[in-house]
Design a binder for this molecule. Sequence first.
Ligand SMILES: [Zn+2]
Length: 210
Amino acid sequence: METNKIPNKIVKGNLKRLNLQRVQGIALHHMAHPNADIKTVEGWHINQGYNAIGYNFWVGFDGTIYEGRGLTLGAHTLGHNETTIGIGFQGDYSKDVVMPVEQFNAGIDIISFVKAKVPSIVKIGGHKDYMATACPGQYFPLEEMISGKKRSVEMIYNYVDDNMPEWARVPVQWAVDKGIVKGDGNGLNLDDKDLKYITYIYRAFKVKEG
Ligand SMILES: [Zn+2]
């Protein structure tokens, strides 16, 4: 895993030291904005009079992990900045949206990275687990991320070939031959769920045919 420097990072004065032995938790945040990027968020915080972006780390939709304050004192969770590391996530997860798999998996990476650097951490939670707030939003996959199990990157199948799981090839070819699956001109555009449903339909027809 790599962390990236914020381009033209703004830091005013010296950031305060964080006594890592006192740090017991990680607080996960969203931006409550659909697409504000790292520089925009940094700008918000600078305009509020912060010395630098408040988060210790920040994760973009594409899975890029930025070092904000790193392992110095953050400014993200009122009353808990001395004892938590704050990780910000691009996006508004109060809205019914699905976190991109790249961002989700990068979230798991940065949590493991921070836990390895700060062994006294015993709690990983959302901002709301430390104080009264809705952050990081009800659609943030909080428990799933805390579980530490990465999501698999979704496969798209455009052809009946060796890339397609073997169990699905006969059913999909049958569905293509019957005109049930037509594709979109660039290929079949099927995901793993589609393969399953097509297989169920195939079996149902086969059962009916006896
Ligand atoms: Zn927050």
